[in-house]
Design a protein around this ligand. Sequence first.
Ligand SMILES: [Zn+2]
Length: 238
Amino acid sequence: MGKRLFKKVKYLLNCFIDIIFPPAHTCVLCGRKLENRSKYILCTACLTQFESLKLNDFMNFYMPNKEVYKYCDSVSYAFEYRGIVCDMVRNLKYEDKKEYASAMALMIEDEIKSTHRKYDIIVNVPSYNKKKKERGYNQSQLLAVELSNITNIPYKNLLIKIKDTKSQVLCDGYIRWYNVKDAFECRENLKGESILIVDDVITTGATVYYCAKALKEAGAGYVGAASFAKTNIDKKAY
Ligand SMILES: [Zn+2]
């Protein structure tokens, strides 16, 4: 039997075995075997930890700077940046845990579903080029693409970074606003589309503000922003 044919037969046999004996699903975070099929691929113990970190609209302390709403029509975020949420963001960003992106995107989806807004396009916040080069990927893009797969809303790489900026991590408070001032551009003509900007963490809202500005200037009709986590200036995000 030829090598190629053998490979094909082996592949088909494995598919057949998977159908009869489905592989055990394990929690994407802690590796525990999942007893029930979980939408997020997370075990009950891990999911419980997210409950206390859920943010609601009345927690003004965590609202972005009001300035954001000049260009952003809505801003939503799923969790407070603390505990398991903080670990997930950091592991996706620095530890190459790309497998977290799908669970995180599902949680962002829950958040945007509650707003009942229909979006035409999903975009991501462009990364700081140097960082993307070091890491090989942009975590906001991973989340945006996953969210697009889940929701069937097309993903487009519309935003380009046109200014060299320092990482926001290194900036405090209002310096964050100056750092990303007019740093983004959208070179496509938008015709009143409704756009959703996805990011992993929103701090002051400065980055989504200038992303939304670029999209509105390119003709976007509505711009919403959604992130997995929200923090504030006092509690540093990184
Ligand atoms: Zn778990």
